[in-house]
Design a protein around this ligand. Sequence first.
Ligand SMILES: Nc1ncnc2c1ncn2[C@@H]1O[C@H](COP(=O)(O)OP(=O)(O)OP(=O)(O)O)[C@@H](O)[C@H]1O
Ligand SMILES: Nc1ncnc2c1ncn2[C@@H]1O[C@H](COP(=O)(O)OP(=O)(O)OP(=O)(O)O)[C@@H](O)[C@H]1O
Ligand SMILES: [Mg+2]
Ligand SMILES: [Mg+2]
Lengths: 258, 258
Amino acid sequence: ATRIIAVANQKGGVGKTTTVINLSACLGESGKRVLVIDLDPQANTTSGLGLPRQTGTSLYRVLLRERSVHGLIQDTVAPNVQIIPSELDLAGAEIDVARMDGYLHGLNMAIAPVVRNGGFDFILIDCPPSLGVLTMNALTAAHSLLLPIQCEYYALEGLSVIAHIIQQLREGRANATIDIQGIVMTMYDARTRLSPDVVAEVKLHFGEKVYKTVIPRNIRLSEAPSFGKPVIQYDPHCTGSTAYRELAKEVIERENAR
Amino acid sequence: ATRIIAVANQKGGVGKTTTVINLSACLGESGKRVLVIDLDPQANTTSGLGLPRQTGTSLYRVLLRERSVHGLIQDTVAPNVQIIPSELDLAGAEIDVARMDGYLHGLNMAIAPVVRNGGFDFILIDCPPSLGVLTMNALTAAHSLLLPIQCEYYALEGLSVIAHIIQQLREGRANATIDIQGIVMTMYDARTRLSPDVVAEVKLHFGEKVYKTVIPRNIRLSEAPSFGKPVIQYDPHCTGSTAYRELAKEVIERENAR
Ligand SMILES: Nc1ncnc2c1ncn2[C@@H]1O[C@H](COP(=O)(O)OP(=O)(O)OP(=O)(O)O)[C@@H](O)[C@H]1O
Ligand SMILES: Nc1ncnc2c1ncn2[C@@H]1O[C@H](COP(=O)(O)OP(=O)(O)OP(=O)(O)O)[C@@H](O)[C@H]1O
Ligand SMILES: [Mg+2]
Ligand SMILES: [Mg+2]
């Protein structure tokens, strides 16, 4: 069965896109078939996987029930990884979709044919830095949430908010079964005392949910997008590549253990 | 007269909050009277200037025209700097305000009494990482935009979007006179070739608009918020403090030259 994982955090710049691009490439490298959905109008995941931003290629009109999802899935530079790209018009979806009945279930309905088909092991959804309509649609459609947290002070302030949202989705029956697949600590910088402090604090609140793999700050991760490649293609043996391969292993283990 | 500057960029984690906190503290240090408005429901600027998040303290009900702005302005830990804090309810404003007539002018009307009073030299507005209703309200109320850009590849992709928005606001007469006060390059890391490349690219497109001051990556800037202080109080002589003092000088020069 296809597992749908939303990668979300309303705090900006924490590594959502970097995690979707590189985790999907590492899952693909280990033989899993992955569909990436770029739900962020910034379209960073789209360009980071080697595709241009093109009008009419996103889920925008599917969310408005004006067309079907067929024909929107494209290949990426990463083996076993395909994508439904983003485009600027998606920003309009925040307001347009909010005015529709049952607006939380737009994405659910949009991708139902793809999920029924069962052609993918994983669907990873990159979310914008907000808790607006697009992110709420992703959390409603997802089986679980993968939450990137930057090893910085402000990261701690937003945690209670997203935990509260997951609770509300479960109780409000919009998504009664969503859980947190895991929390990945990103941009860990061993030279500061801030990073270990933040990791310790997050483990205090979320315990086992925190992956053992910690993603270090690694300049190769921020250089790779300018070449439109995941880091395992740009510099296969850097610390960033090793970390995301480890994370992919953990994600697969947690899915197998369900 | 009071100058209103919106600090905005839809890309997340580029240093909007860090710039509002530290620029306002440096302007205050040089004798300018500053009002900070935290328009981001994450309320990072509120905690970074030493205040707790408290229900009922934000502009939320003022934007809904249910109360006036009087009584919302509070002191911060920084001399000459006051704040209208943020709170979680502000997230509800995105949808509530969008449904009102003339929704772009909510902030304009909300702070008009404060602007008329003339008690501040600067009003700095921290925006959330999106181009939703709150950010559009800030860009409609502001005299100018201060645009922080991180020295990373993805920073370049979003530039054309925000430049286009400014153009639309001018032509649509929502704010016929807004301009870009300046572009500040943030988290410059001299050890990588990515940073100089990004700076060169931004200067190519925006020339003189780019401040001479470049904010370096400096761990003291990310440690200061955990103490609820601007960096000039946490570590007055670190490279982060020096850079934001320089930026404050340039902002004042540009205002005097108008
Ligand atoms: N581990 C890392 N080491 C170094 N740089 C990183 C790392 N992870 C991400 N980056 C860089 O940090 C910036 C922010 O990361 P990214 O864009 O993935 O975050 P995001 O959460 O998707 O941002 P947004 O909230 O805007 O969607 C990017 O320029 C990216 O290249
Ligand atoms: N020059 C710098 N050197 C080191 N760390 C920095 C610097 N500027 C900002 N930071 C840190 O980087 C992170 C992102 O910065 P900040 O929160 O100010 O960005 P933002 O644009 O306001 O984010 P958001 O889009 O979520 O509102 C914070 O943890 C901050 O402490
Ligand atoms: Mg992103
Ligand atoms: Mg911020």
